[in-house]
Write a protein of this length. Structure first.
Length: 117
């Protein structure tokens, strides 16, 4: 089972790396999954994520208080809004855009109601 958790952790880290370069793909949520998986398979890798100078503070902030930085909130909502706008501009069927907008609005509401630091 340890290898399964290690695999999940590394897959999540890979997705987070992609997210570091693509603005629409989130980074920290994938790192939270990696932290969970590494917590069940490798304490050394878990600690390494928590100590990361770039992402560690956001991970610890979420883990300790469920908090999200204001800048991350703004970026998330702007990216979600942009995604809906792109769908509209590309002529995606209105029903599909409505579903997308509803899901993203729900996620945005969750993000915006989290405490800030």
């Amino acid at each position: 089972m340890r290898l399964v958790y290690l695999g999940i952790g590394w897959l999540a880290v890979g997705c987070a790396l992609i997210g570091a370069f693509l603005p629409i793909v989130p980074t920290v949520p994938f790192l939270l999954v990696a932290l969970w998986a590494f917590g069940r398979s490798s304490e050394r890798l878990r600690q390494r994520l928590l100590a990361d100078p770039v992402f560690g503070p956001d991970i610890r902030r979420w883990q300790e208080r469920g908090a999200i930085r204001r800048g991350a909130k703004v970026l998330s909502v702007v990216a979600m809004s942009g995604s809906v706008a792109i769908s509209l501009a590309l002529g995606v069927p209105p029903q599909a855009v409505a579903v997308q907008a509803t899901i993203l609005a729900t996620i945005a509401l969750f993000i915006l109601t989290r405490p800030e630091t």
